[in-house]
Design a protein around this ligand. Structure first.
Ligand code: FAD
Length: 512
């Protein structure tokens, strides 16, 4: 007989979001839950991104859970190996292992409006859950652009988030496609070893120096013996970033000074005026994520590196052709071209109360109340949902805010008792989204003159939060029940409106 398990809560994903949710559930006294993870270990981003040079770009003492401080971070910006080990440690310390269902990829989930539960199909069995917490990650599914001729390439191809460690790049001619956060870590890490590196740059990033250093033994000792010192360090790192938010969200003009510093950074490392011109962005700093590196520009100035402005146009056999017409023979192509962000890969797999998928519901753009709940999808919430991303601070702050919201949501369901569900009102989602999008107009991400992965196909920024993390914390402290409709079961036979009728009612409310 096929395996089936019913739980109070099914968490999907075991990165910072899913593990954080699991810890919080246990702290709320909820043990009837599973964590469904498609891979064979926990860690999410920090399991999948093992490329040379991979490290966080927000200081480790802020890029970690407030409830699980790590006095032993080795560097101010620790590497992937240490962050992954930290997440494994969190899974052990907080008793999450028994809840893990590894190698369980969620293939489809559908809301059962009669039973008020989610029916979940995975690659290793079926589950049902009263509540789903979807933490599948905003940067989880790698995106490789459709390059003509790529299929016929005779060499090695891989994405930065799926690094092939069996392939030795030493002495090879390598094309690196993309100049985002991953690429600028990879380039200096591989440049000394490869025979030739051709970097395809569609748009140059702004790059600022990175204050990376080893955390000294005495510092670690102090953080271990006097945890308040680690908390103070975290507080200062947080406070500095909170003070920067206004420049990104309200007064992009103030970023002019930062831009001058970034230009000086290019000038310091790149003496060749032609290369310097290629590497100098033409948009306001902050419009795309500001990247941090001390090694990127010096690596690009080395004789075995070519920067092709304009990006990769085509592949012909083992030749990569740039938009500027240059042709280069290569042995390997590494794509640092980002992820499926605004087209969340889980969305087509989630079927809501109206029989409509989340992908269809979001076809004009992702939207969710407080970045968490979507109209038509009762008892479903997402961690790092629409408009919860940050341009300058730690995503863990946002995740922890959403965990507060999740905990209160479950408390409210308990208070309601019986078999009940909370269905967010379309009018509440609309009001929230209008507020967020109105504020977006003034931000550097909209007004800074760039095209970025923050924007969806319609040019709307559905990824970033246009405020401080403190403000988001306040907005997600509690569930406001007036924003939800309480749905109860069981209903008399025939009382459940047909999907079409439910859809019509929802549309009517949304229009109000
Ligand atoms: C290279 C890199 C560096 C970064 N550095 C920083 C940084 O310095 N600071 C910062 O704030 N943010 C950073 N980020 C952003 C980072 O993604 C978030 O900070 C955070 O790690 C996201 O955690 P998550 O749990 O939401 O998602 P993830 O870590 O992506 O975890 C999602 C999990 O869901 C699983 N999953 C997905 N789909 C399914 C499915 N259908 N069924 C079952 N399981 C599924 C995945 O396998 C994965 O384990 C970085 C991202 C990358 C890629």
């Amino acid at each position: 007989m096929a395996k089936h398990e019913h739980v109070r809560v099914a968490v999907i994903g075991s990165g910072f979001g899913g593990l954080g949710a699991a810890v919080r559930l246990r702290r709320e006294g909820i043990t009837d839950f599973v964590v469904l993870e498609r891979a064979d270990s926990v860690g999410g981003t920090w399991r999948d991104n093992s490329y040379p040079g991979c490290a966080c770009d927000v200081p480790s003492h802020l890029y970690s859970f407030s409830f699980a401080p790590n006095p032993d971070w080795p560097r101010t910006f620790s590497g992937q190996r240490h962050i992954r080990a930290y997440l494994e440690h969190v899974a052990d310390t907080f008793g999450i292992r028994p809840h893990l269902r590894l190698n369980h990829e969620v293939l489809r989930m559908e809301w059962d409006a009669d039973e008020l539960r989610w029916r979940i199909e995975t690659s290793s069995g079926s589950f049902s859950a009263d509540v789903v917490v979807s933490a599948t990650g905003p940067l989880s599914d790698p995106k490789i652009p459709d390059i003509p001729g790529l299929d016929g390439f005779t060499g090695k191809v891989f994405h930065s988030a799926r690094w092939d460690h069996d392939y030795d790049l030493r002495g090879k001619r390598v094309a690196m496609v993309g100049t985002g956060a991953s690429a600028i870590q990879i380039v200096p890490a591989i440049q000394p070893d490869v025979a030739k590196l051709t970097l395809f740059q569609r748009t140059p990033p702004w790059v600022m120096p990175r204050m990376d250093r080893a955390i000294t033994g005495p510092e670690r000792w102090l953080h271990r013996k006097l945890p308040v010192t680690a908390a103070l360090r975290r507080g200062i790192l947080w406070g500095i970033r909170e003070l920067q938010v206004g420049a990104f969200t309200k007064h992009p003009g103030e970023l002019g000074l930062v831009e001058k510093l970034a230009k000086a950074n290019i000038a310091k490392s790149v003496k060749d005026p032609v290369l310097r011109a290629k590497l100098t962005p033409s948009y306001r700093i902050g419009c795309k994520r500001i990247l941090l590196s001390n090694a990127y520009y010096p690596a690009l100035a080395q004789p075995n590196v070519d920067v092709v402005a304009g990006g990769l146009k085509e592949v012909r056999g083992d030749v990569v052709v740039g938009s500027d017409g240059t042709e280069t023979e290569v042995d390997a192509i590494v794509f640092g071209t980002g992820f499926h962000v605004t087209d969340m890969p889980i969305a087509p797999r989630v079927i809501g109360a109206d029989g409509v998928s989340l992908a269809e519901a979001w076809k004009d753009g992702m939207e969710a109340l407080r970045g968490a709940t979507a109209a038509g999808f009762p008892n479903w919430m997402t961690i790092i949902g629409p408009n919860t991303g940050l341009g300058n601070s730690s995503m863990i702050l946002m995740i922890e805010s959403q965990l507060n919201y999740m905990a209160d949501y479950l408390r409210q369901l308990n208070v309601l008792g019986g078999r009940s569900a909370l269905a967010v009102r379309p009018s509440a989602v609309n009001a929230w989204n209008r507020k967020v999008q109105n504020r977006m107009e003034k931000t550097v991400w909209k007004a800074g003159g760039c095209d970025s992965w923050y924007l969806d196909a319609n040019g709307r920024n559905t990824t970033l939060w246009p405020g401080t993390t403190g403000e988001f914390r306040r907005e997600t402290r509690q569930v406001d029940l007036s924003e939800y409709e309480v749905v109860r079961a069981p209903k008399p036979v025939g009382a459940t409106p047909a999907p079409a009728a439910r859809r019509a009612a929802r549309k009517k409310e949304a229009a109000q």
